[in-house]
Design a protein around this ligand. Structure first.
Ligand code: RB5
Length: 149
């Protein structure tokens, strides 16, 4: 499994925590930044990372900004991306099980690193249930004009 990580300036610290977690879990990952000191624009980091998941270069992606909201909105503009804004462990499990979320977004100004680590573990440790949920995802894909899930 290959995971891409990206954040704006509001998510640098949490992104580094998650990168360390993935290293500790022996999960291959690439950190796309930002390596910024000042303010940057989250779409400039969220969209390129989402494109790498949509293209299949990476299996999953984790995006972080101040709230996670800008990153999740940006990523979900990319065809084939199902990015869930997640700030609790239950939602992290469910968004894999029911939505087959291929990206999650979190807010460094919303949750602490301890909870963020548990969220990532829960998401990675869950399986898509398929069945009726695949049918629902298929309807989203159909709407966005992408039928090859
Ligand atoms: C940056 O100040 C902040 O707006 C950004 O990190 C994010 O929270 C936007 O959704």
């Amino acid at each position: 499994m290959r995971i891409v990580l990206s954040s704006d300036h509001g998510g640098v610290n949490l992104r580094r925590e998650i990168s360390q977690l993935l290293t500790d879990m022996n999960i291959e990952h690439v950190d796309m930044g930002c390596n910024c000191e000042g303010s940057v624009d989250y779409p400039d980091y969220g969209i390129p990372a989402a494109e790498k998941v949509a293209s299949g270069e990476f299996d999953l992606g984790i995006l972080i900004c101040g709230t996670g909201i800008g990153m999740s909105i940006s990523a979900n503009k990319v065809k084939g991306i199902r990015c869930a804004l997640v700030h609790d462990v239950f939602s992290a499990k469910m968004t894999k099980a029911h939505n087959d979320a291929n990206m999650i977004a979190m807010g460094e100004r919303v949750i602490g690193p301890g909870l963020a680590v548990e969220i990532v573990k829960a998401w990675l440790g869950s399986e898509f249930e398929g069945g009726r949920h695949a049918n629902r995802i298929g309807k989203i894909a159909e709407y966005e004009g992408k039928s090859n899930l």
